[in-house]
Design a protein around this ligand. Structure first.
Ligand SMILES: *[C@@H]1O[C@H](CO)[C@@H](O)[C@H](O)[C@H]1NC(C)=O
Ligand SMILES: *[C@@H]1O[C@H](CO)[C@@H](O)[C@H](O)[C@H]1NC(C)=O
Ligand SMILES: *[C@@H]1O[C@H](CO)[C@@H](O)[C@H](O)[C@H]1NC(C)=O
Ligand SMILES: *[C@@H]1O[C@H](CO)[C@@H](O)[C@H](O)[C@H]1NC(C)=O
Ligand SMILES: *[C@@H]1O[C@H](CO)[C@@H](O)[C@H](O)[C@H]1NC(C)=O
Ligand SMILES: *[C@@H]1O[C@H](CO)[C@@H](O)[C@H](O)[C@H]1NC(C)=O
Length: 288
């Protein structure tokens, strides 16, 4: 009873804001969302600030080749942990330029804040005085929803479910350098749905799987019947759409469901990428 009441209270308190993002006009260096974590402030002459500067100037050298960056600088109360991750399908140039943008931007977006995170389409950057790696603490779910509806919600869920499950299993089984999987499946109305899922590769297989399962389970709650959407968390994220929005790789998964009709109907052209996105930002706490 108490837990339920507390959860409901959290729910009630947790709606922070709703914003509209027009992806058509989103320029490359624009971020999708940022969040100042309110873990306390540092002052301009502090050791924390100096460690943060050092971490941000050096983090781009920590990539082992697959777009995962991590660097901790300093000790005790002044320790700065920083982590950055690029999308698994983008090339090194796009990744580095996204990281550069985020490094320049985040301290400006959250001035004097010890902990902050910024999400771009191609990467994210987070720093904190709290432990980041292998932590599953979530303060904020960022939801981005494509406003177009599918016509057959049940068929859509039946198609997307198995794809997301396969992608989750594959990403979670990825190594300590990369946990990413992408693929497509045929949905109702002869639409092809494309999706990717990703975890920060520091997570264990179980942590990655749990994070993605929790996020993917929210599709039917928040995105039910929406043709595209993504959920961004500090340690895992996914996106699905009815058009290709990632670079195809040889490792892509494809799921061909048995369709009711075997008539050779030409698929309609996929929806355009330029849909307005609405983002719902929801504070919430996992595992606490
Ligand atoms: C992070 O900073 C906040 C505010 O200064 C402090 O309360 C918290 O204990 C710090 N966390 C760690 C792990 O040092
Ligand atoms: C930190 O700074 C922000 C913005 O300057 C302010 O709103 C917030 O209250 C400060 N937090 C603390 C714990 O002092
Ligand atoms: C896909 O790959 C091409 C060629 O490597 C690259 O130019 C493009 O930026 C990539 N797309 C994304 C989203 O990174
Ligand atoms: C990123 O920043 C580093 C250091 O300032 C610079 O050497 C590099 O050329 C930049 N990379 C891109 C792709 O902008
Ligand atoms: C999608 O469906 C919802 C609820 O039925 C409706 O309010 C909304 O206008 C629809 N959106 C579009 C773009 O048709
Ligand atoms: C789905 O993915 C498979 C495997 O990469 C690929 O061969 C196929 O062309 C993709 N289908 C579509 C419609 O993009």
């Amino acid at each position: 009873m108490f837990i339920l009441a507390r959860k409901q209270l959290l729910w009630f308190l947790s709606f922070i804001s709703i914003c509209l993002i027009n992806l058509t006009t989103l320029a490359q260096p624009d971020f999708l969302h940022y969040y100042c974590e309110n873990d306390g402030n540092y002052t301009a002459d502090s050791m924390y600030k100096s460690n943060l500067d050092t971490a941000l100037s050096a983090i781009s050298t920590t990539n082992m080749g697959l777009g995962f960056y991590k660097l901790s600088i300093g000790k005790w109360n002044d320790k700065v942990n920083s982590v950055a991750l690029c999308r698994g399908d983008i090339n090194a140039d796009v990744c580095e330029s996204c990281l550069n943008d985020s490094i320049a931007m985040l301290p400006r977006l959250c001035p004097n804040q010890k902990s902050a995170i910024v999400y771009y389409d191609s990467c994210f950057l987070r720093y904190s005085n709290e432990t980041i790696l292998r932590s599953t603490r979530v303060k904020l779910y960022t939801y981005l929803v494509n406003l177009l509806n599918v016509t057959d919600i049940d068929g859509f869920n039946r198609a997307l479910g198995p794809l997301m499950k396969r992608l989750r299993e594959k990403a979670a089984a990825g190594g300590s350098q990369q946990k990413f999987a992408s693929g497509n499946t045929t949905g109702p109305d002869f639409l092809t749905f494309y999706a990717f899922v990703q975890c920060t590769p520091d997570l264990s297989q179980q942590q990655c799987s749990d994070c993605l399962e929790d996020a993917v389970n929210r599709i039917s709650v928040y995105f039910n019947g929406k043709i595209g959407g993504r959920i961004l968390l500090p340690m895992c994220n996914f996106r699905y759409e009815a058009y290709r929005f990632f670079n195809q790789t040889a490792q892509d998964i494809t799921i061909t469901p048995v369709l009711q009709s075997s008539l050779p109907i030409r698929p309609p052209s996929p929806s355009s990428p330029g849909m307005d996105y609405i983002c719902l930002l929801l504070g919430n706490i996992l595992n606490e």
